[in-house]
Design a protein around this ligand. Structure first.
Ligand SMILES: NC(=O)c1ccc[n+]([C@@H]2O[C@H](COP(=O)([O-])OP(=O)(O)OC[C@H]3O[C@@H](n4cnc5c(N)ncnc54)[C@H](OP(=O)(O)O)[C@@H]3O)[C@@H](O)[C@H]2O)c1
Length: 339
């Protein structure tokens, strides 16, 4: 029997989301065969994954994320190449996969094995361990993509404060820690008073409540309070963020936790020259992806990275997904596979 046949016969543990007859979705650990995975170039033994908001949506049956069930979610995975039909990767290589279609309609990282196209695979960046890559994961990559835009726009630490909304969440907390590591002065907005201590520990210099970034005055501009922002919330929060951004500032939006609608006067754009940038991390082209991972490894790796992560096992994922959907988590949930 050759090594490919041996691999195909092997069984592995995975989270499987099943659509039940009554229309509900169940989330369980099951045993699967490697031969069940769609034949892509690279077979990876997963050592770490991490939980993202999109996983919670997939696991609850959101058809905009995952069309067919049963399905294994997990948009992030890090591990070791077992087999590769592409010369770029050799068995034993340490690699990460974040985004693309992983965990959406391709069997995802909440499993001991994944099989993916070589074009999705990134060699572990120098200066980060596989574990650190998955603490960062899509949430940290998204935060770093926004910081990349802020830096590219020429905004320097001395230019003013940077606001982060949804600061206690996975993207928000990564953004606070990364911005502080890069020397920026961070204003963190959070609806969780209990998150204040950790937000200060990871580098927020000021904390404000959610309601302070939710202006209902109807004014066309508000006093400038920050030079740039990463908004994870959308809706009226994003409108308030834009109205309060200083001249030539930049607002990066990646999320819509409050609302997917944006109604805002045009004055921030035509009077202050504020720029609104969308962050869509999943399909980041490979050359930009490598640039952002290098930025993370070289300039944004926080000394507090490990304190942001709560580590769980594969068996604990169903419970963690429920907490994620309710936005109850503080920081990042790292999944360590049993090896
Ligand atoms: N575009 C992309 O590439 C990309 C990538 C990753 C994530 N996302 C999106 O970014 C958002 C955040 O993801 P995440 O992984 O950080 O989620 P998360 O860990 O659940 O954190 C979300 C945080 O947002 C705040 N929040 C929740 N509901 C809110 C509401 N109704 N109004 C105001 N704030 C609220 C809470 O923080 P506080 O209690 O501290 O306020 C919560 O902890 C999601 O919409 C996700 O889909 C987008």
């Amino acid at each position: 029997m050759n090594s490919t046949q041996q691999a195909n016969d092997q069984k592995f543990r995975a989270i499987v989301v099943t659509e039940e007859k009554n229309g509900s979705f169940s989330v369980n650990v099951q045993t699967r065969n490697i031969s069940d995975l769609i034949t892509h170039d690279v077979l990876i033994r997963v050592l770490f994954s991490g939980i993202n908001y999109k996983d919670a949506l997939s696991a609850s049956g959101h058809k905009g994320i995952t069309r067919r069930f049963p399905h294994t979610p997990g948009i992030d995975a890090a591990g070791i190449v077992v087999e590769s039909a592409n010369q770029q990767f050799q068995p034993g290589d340490e690699v990460i996969v974040t985004g693309y279609d992983l965990g959406m309609n391709t069997s995802g990282g909440f499993a001991e094995y994944i099989r993916v196209p070589a074009g999705w695979v990134v060699k572990k960046p120098e200066g980060l361990s596989l574990e650190e890559c998955m603490i960062i994961g899509t949430s940290g990559f998204t935060a770093a993509s926004a910081i990349f835009e802020i830096m590219k726009h020429g905004i320097r630490p001395e230019d003013g404060k940077i606001l982060v909304t949804g600061a206690s969440g996975a993207v928000g907390s990564m953004a606070v820690a990364m911005l502080a590591t890069a020397g920026y002065n961070v204003l963190a907005s959070s609806g969780k008073p209990e998150a204040e201590t950790i937000l200060r520990q990871i580098g927020a210099s000021e904390i404000t409540g959610r309601e302070a970034i939710d202006d209902k005055s109807g004014k066309g501009l508000l006093p400038a309070r920050w030079i740039a922002a990463l908004d994870t919330v959308g809706g009226n929060t994003l409108a308030t963020v834009l109205l309060s951004t200083a001249e030539r500032g930049l607002v990066a939006n990646c999320g819509m936790l409050a609302s997917d609608k944006l109604e805002v006067p045009v004055f921030p754009f035509i009077i202050r020259g504020v720029r609104l940038v969308g962050i869509a991390s999943a399909d980041t082209p490979m050359s930009r992806r490598l640039e952002i991972w290098k930025l993370i490894a070289d300039k944004l790796k926080s000394e507090h990275l490990h304190s942001l992560a709560q580590t769980i096992s594969l068996d604990e994922i169903p419970e963690a997904l429920i907490r994620m959907k309710a936005s109850e988590n503080i920081g990042k949930i790292l999944v360590r596979m049993a090896v």
